[in-house]
Design a protein around this ligand. Structure first.
Ligand code: PLP
Length: 365
């Protein structure tokens, strides 16, 4: 057995249904690793939900949600990512696909996407609006507004010029991508006011609360489209479980050396388990923490101290307790110190970071 994502299909889909029912105009986001599910599978769910539009991260991902290519062809071949089971059974999404990463000149895949009438391209600089208008009249575009994120987008004093430069393009909307924390209704309102005075079109927003969305919808008489990934796909926590299996177990004598790095067993370490799941699956992948509060800072420091002492808590647990790594995870296996109760064939729960998880298999029950 491998590292498997078990999905309670009924609960997962009931959650999706309720998110969609409560958010008219929702645009599901399916990008990157597909939040652990893969893009083809999420595209199938969007079709099931009966929605006409989904958002992907990059132009390369259009083919993945369309079903016209698999991960292998699009991302290039990487042996450990050999065709993931399940993708072939999902028919492609036929509705509109928004590419969230702004278009830039010289990207052949993004250029080709402009010719697809089902693709909506994001433009975040005046010069790109002009270039696309010249090269691809009739292309469908969204104009991106610079927010306090300071990521991509045009400033309000550029909006009029952007609309003028977009002559011949179909402006499908304005996009406003806000930070995850803080109050941003005021900012969204100011930016939307400036954008809509330059051109009337739907607003595509991200990371606004339900209350803020309502306020925007009351304030502006255009469609407000909310892009959602995490809450839609991962909100039903209890429906999703990553499990790995114990492939082998060895009794280890005191201070015996183990693993690639030949570290000695600690005083309390008598049993070594070899379990499925490793770096290829994203086991123990961490993003640099934003450490937003004192508790998170303390946790980060504590983890650093433990790792300096060569004791790293693993994401695997047995009997409700997290287990320690005996050494850093391998490509497709991990070495853990386990209590005597753990046996070959046992299934261990694994805590995975959904945006970096690549399970070997997904089982929808
Ligand atoms: C990824 C992304 C989203 C989805 O974010 P979640 O936090 O997963 O809901 C929304 N909008 C934009 C522009 C994004 O890039």
């Amino acid at each position: 057995m491998s590292l498997v994502l078990h999905v309670d299909g009924a609960a997962w889909r009931a959650h999706q249904d309720s998110v969609v029912a409560g958010d008219p105009g929702i645009v599901p986001v399916a990008k990157g690793n597909g939040y652990g599910f893969g893009l083809a599978r999420l595209a199938g769910e969007v079709t099931r939900l009966g929605l006409g539009c989904l958002a992907v991260g990059t132009a390369e991902e259009v083919a993945l949600v369309r079903g016209s290519a698999d991960e292998h062809e699009v991302r290039g071949s990487a042996d450990e990512h050999d065709v993931r089971a399940g993708d072939a059974e999902h028919p492609g999404f036929e509705g509109d696909v928004v590419v969230l990463t702004p278009w830039r000149p010289g990207d052949a895949v993004a250029e080709a996407a402009l010719a697809d009438p089902g693709v909506i391209t994001t433009l975040s600089r005046l010069e790109d609006v002009a270039a696309v208008a010249k090269a691809r009249p009739g292309a469908r575009v969204i104009l991106e507004v610079l927010t306090s994120m300071r990521r991509y987008g045009m400033r309000p004093d550029e909006f009029e010029a952007a609309v003028a430069a977009a002559e011949g393009l179909e402006i499908v909307g304005w996009t406003i991508h806000l930070p995850m924390i803080g109050q941003h209704l005021g900012e969204a309102t100011d930016l939307a006011t400036a954008a809509l005075s330059a051109y009337t079109a739907p607003l595509w927003v991200s990371h606004l609360s339900a209350a803020d969305l309502d306020r925007l919808r009351q304030t502006f008489h255009v469609e407000v489209r909310h892009r959602v990934g995490t809450e839609l796909w991962l909100g039903a926590h209890d429906a999703l479980h990553y499990r790995a299996s114990v492939q082998d177990v060895h009794d280890v004598a005191p201070s015996e050396r183990v693993g690639y790095w030949q570290r000695r067993a600690g005083r309390r370490h008598h049993r070594l388990a070899i379990v499925s799941g490793g770096t290829a699956n994203g086991v123990a992948m961490q993003a640099p923490t934003a450490a937003a509060n004192a508790r998170q800072i303390a946790q980060t420091v504590a983890n650093g101290v433990m790792e300096a002492g060569r004791m790293a808590l693993s994401p695997y647990s047995a009997g409700g307790h997290k287990l320690f790594f005996a050494e850093p995870p391998h490509m497709q296996a991990s070495l853990l110190w386990v209590p005597g109760s753990v046996r070959i064939g046992d299934e261990l729960e694994v805590t995975m970071r959904a945006t970096t998880a690549t399970p070997d298999r997904i089982i929808v029950e």
